[in-house]
Design a protein around this ligand. Structure first.
Ligand code: SF4
Length: 97
């Protein structure tokens, strides 16, 4: 992943978190984030609020991977983000209109 893409994803997660605190987050994004949070809550790669880069797991497609190091509460709000374990995917909010 390029640094630019990584920065965009981080900004999207934090931006949507800010909108959520203002109760301005679109429902469709909030619902997707809640579904992702449920998956992350039982994931063995999780350590507190972090997708732990020191933990190695097996992805949904059987591939070895490490956690991405992101704060989970922000990552689930980034619709362009993918779970490194392929347990959930990027979500195109423009498709649902
Ligand atoms: S983003 Fe994926 S790998 Fe990371 S904690 Fe959530 S479900 Fe697990």
């Amino acid at each position: 992943m390029t640094l630019t893409k990584q920065l965009k994803e981080i900004m999207q997660g934090w931006g949507n978190s800010f909108l959520d605190k203002l109760n301005m987050l679109p429902t469709i994004i909030k619902e997707e984030a809640e579904e992702r949070s449920k998956i992350c809550s039982t994931c063995p790669i999780r350590t507190d609020n972090t997708c732990d880069p020191n933990k190695k797991g097996i992805s949904a497609k059987g591939r070895a991977f490490y956690g991405c190091g992101c704060y989970i509460d922000k990552k689930v709000l980034c619709m362009d983000c993918d779970c490194p374990g392929e347990y959930w995917k990027a979500f195109d909010v423009n498709k649902i209109k």
